[in-house]
Design a protein around this ligand. Structure first.
Ligand SMILES: [Fe+2]
Ligand SMILES: [Fe+2]
Length: 282
């Protein structure tokens, strides 16, 4: 760690975007996750949220540029924004191809999030918006961690799709502390990020479930079986999201920092799969 800097991202973690493109348009017309409708819809529903969500994250951090004097943190902020910008681009392509294939207008799927964001931008102070981003970034960080810790989550998925999700999870891990460190640097309080986390958890869950229901609207089998099986896939003994309760709750601790969960070792093999980054990718 860099003791002089407000940035607490470990020195050996570089936040640099990899300008990846994924050839997935045709795959998205299928149940690409092992032929399983629930698993496919779960990931697809999250993807729908990213272009709008990540734009909000970028904007809320950008609003505080120049409000702290710390070249190291500033450098981390640039890395964060560049990574999220490439994520937006790839998930926008993903979502357009998905909606074409499934016959659901993207505009319809994004409508609820769009409305919420308009409200948030109008009613919340910049610091409140940043606090929301800090909470969302912790959710993405623990989901990313689960991607590597519980490989069952992507087992059986189409390799190109699995690569896309692992690439995104890797970069979410690399930049997981950036919004948090900016929030602390500008005087953000623990109670505020706690409150944001409670609200954001509900918000995220609600949007994922709504999008899944839209994507699964033509499913012909038993819906009870579908959701029961899905629940097992997510939270069962070998569930994709198992073990997330404690890392989630840790966020509410007073002295929490995202790198308290030091998962550098866990992601290091993935890092070598994807390699470093290219300069100026957008
Ligand atoms: Fe992202
Ligand atoms: Fe992120």
């Amino acid at each position: 760690m860099h003791s002089q800097s407000l940035s607490r991202t470990p020195q050996n973690v570089e936040i640099v975007p990899r300008n990846r493109q994924f050839n997935i348009d045709e795959t998205l017309a299928t149940n690409w996750h092992g032929g399983d409708a629930f698993k496919t819809a779960f990931f697809d529903a999250m993807s729908i949220l990213f272009p709008l969500g990540e734009q909000f994250f970028i904007d809320s951090v950008k609003a505080f540029r120049g409000k702290f004097d710390d070249p190291e943190l500033e450098r981390r902020v640039r890395g964060f924004m560049a990574q999220e910008a490439v994520h937006r681009r790839e998930h926008q392509r993903y979502n357009e191809a998905l909606c074409r294939a499934r016959g659901v207008p993207l505009e319809k799927m994004e409508r609820a999030v769009n409305r919420r964001q308009k409200l948030a931008r109008k009613l919340l102070t910049p610091k409140q918006q940043l606090s929301g981003t800090v909470a969302f970034e912790h959710l993405t960080a623990i989901l990313a961690d689960a991607t590597f810790r519980n490989p069952e989550g992507l087992e059986g998925a189409h390799p190109e799709m699995a690569a896309l999700w692992r690439w995104h999870a890797l970069e979410e891990t690399e930049h997981k502390a950036v919004a948090f460190d900016v929030f602390v640097a500008v005087g953000g309080k623990t109670w505020r990020r706690r409150l944001s986390m409670a609200l954001v958890t509900l918000e995220f869950t609600q949007h994922v479930i709504r999008n899944m229901r839209l994507l699964l609207r033509d499913y012909e089998g038993s819906r009870i079986e579908l959701w029961r099986g899905g629940f097992k896939f997510l939270f069962g003994e070998k569930g994709a999201l198992r073990g997330l309760k404690q890392p989630y709750l840790d966020f509410y601790k007073k002295d929490f920092h995202p790198w308290d969960h030091d998962n550098r070792e866990l992601v290091s093999s993935v890092m070598s799969d994807f390699g470093g980054a290219e300069v100026n990718p957008i």
